[in-house]
Design a protein around this ligand. Structure first.
Ligand code: ADP
Ligand code: MG
Length: 373
């Protein structure tokens, strides 16, 4: 019996971001630049954050993430560009609004709680203008929100790391900031706790409708928290879109490589398709027939089946717990990585058929340009 022909669904790249609410952005950076003597920390950065949105900034260490947050918070002056919060210019030109007047809350990786104050006093710290009864009410609400009700009289050293980070979050949220800035807040927590606190933070940001910028170098964290994801590299914005679009349709090679694992298989443009060692895929382009291109392939997007006539040979198997990662050599000479379930074991040297499960075709022309189908 002939094998059933598999249909390949092509995810169409959304032409435009879904139309955002008409309300003006809570935060807007335009052309913001900040350099230090030896380096450009932030380079002409522009972004907008909508009411209630969580924007995650992802990038390698030293790419300028902390500097961006410090600029928004008013702990740094931009060399150029403007920053607006709720339609008010807070930095740029002659305008300068000091940090305490910007309505910005901060959470850092070292929780920076006051050790000599109780949790309630830590949370009440930013509520100086309130009447005592109101303040007590707000502290109670916050303790409840972060799941520490009844622990208000404790001191920070009597809490676990995860609990301390929840207090730090509560303290930042108590004055109801316009924007909450979180700088790698989970990096001091161990893996299990990290996951738990991450879910907790997500719930809190959603239930309070808080507008937040969350900075991390951890892509899983970024994917799980982001409404939209900004990838930063050497102070510049590489891509800003919904997380699945960034993963499936990276617009630069840096993003392709930095976000998940990417292989690039060589191919060429034919009439209405691009032909590669993995097969030919429908592809509309104005590029002339014969133009050499490279197609991005992610290891989780390949389906493997044993086939003596298959297009790949197993070079190596890496057991990674939930899955096996195979290094495969295509007849064309390209090497690719492919993930298969943990229990599916293929010996080195055997031939397999490798097919793209879903052709989210990202085609690169050279080191900087990409075309996307
Ligand atoms: P990230 O948070 O992404 O790791 P940072 O914003 O801390 O990156 O730093 C971006 C770049 O700016 C780095 O090259 C860093 O060395 C430099 N930098 C940051 N702060 C200062 C400073 N106060 N003085 C000099 N250089 C700095
Ligand atoms: Mg940093």
């Amino acid at each position: 019996m002939a094998p059933a022909k598999k249909s390949i669904m092509v995810i169409k790249r959304m032409a435009q971001e879904e139309k955002r609410a008409d309300s003006p952005p809570i935060l807007a950076l335009r052309g913001v630049t900040r350099s230090y003597s030896e380096s450009m920390a932030v380079d002409r950065l522009s972004l907008e954050v909508a009411q209630g949105e969580t924007l995650v900034i992802l990038g390698p260490s030293g790419c300028g993430k902390t500097t961006v947050l410090r600029l928004i918070a008013g702990l740094e002056h931009p060399d150029e560009g403007t920053i607006d919060i709720s339609g008010r210019r807070v930095a740029g030109g002659r305008e300068w609004v000091p940090p305490e007047k910007r309505g910005v809350g901060l959470v850092f990786q070292d929780y920076a709680l006051f050790p000599h104050l109780s949790l309630s006093q830590n949370i009440a710290f930013g509520l100086k203008g309130m009447k005592p009864a109101q303040r007590r009410q707000r502290v109670w609400e916050i303790l409840f929100l972060v799941g520490l009700e009844g622990l208000g009289e404790r001191h920070p050293h009597q809490l676990s790391g995860g609990q301390q980070q929840r207090v730090a979050l509560g303290r930042a949220l108590a004055p109801q900031p316009q924007v909450l800035l979180l700088d790698e807040p989970f990096s001091n927590l161990d893996t299990d706790l990290r996951l738990q606190v991450r879910e907790e933070v997500r719930r809190i940001l959603r239930t309070t409708g808080t507008t937040a910028i969350f900075v991390t170098h951890d892509q899983e964290e970024a994917f799980s928290l982001a409404d939209r994801l900004a990838v930063l590299n050497e102070g510049r914005m590489e891509q800003l879109e919904k997380p699945d679009m960034v993963y499936n349709f990276p617009t630069t090679r840096f993003v392709a490589d930095f976000v998940g694992h990417a292989d690039f298989v060589t191919g060429e443009v034919t009439n209405g398709s691009v032909r590669t060692g993995l097969g030919a895929f429908p592809y509309q382009t104005d590029l002339p027939v014969g133009t050499p291109v490279e197609v991005m392939v992610r290891p989780d997007n390949l389906l493997l089946s044993p086939d003596p006539e298959g297009n790949t040979t197993v070079v190596e198997r890496r057991f990674l717990g939930p899955f096996n990662q195979y290094v495969l050599r295509l007849s064309s000479g390209d090497f690719i990585h492919a993930n298969a379930p943990s229990a599916v074991v293929y010996a080195e040297g055997i031939r397999l058929r490798a097919e793209l499960r879903v052709a989210c075709l990202t085609v690169f022309l050279d080191a900087t340009a990409s075309e996307v189908a």
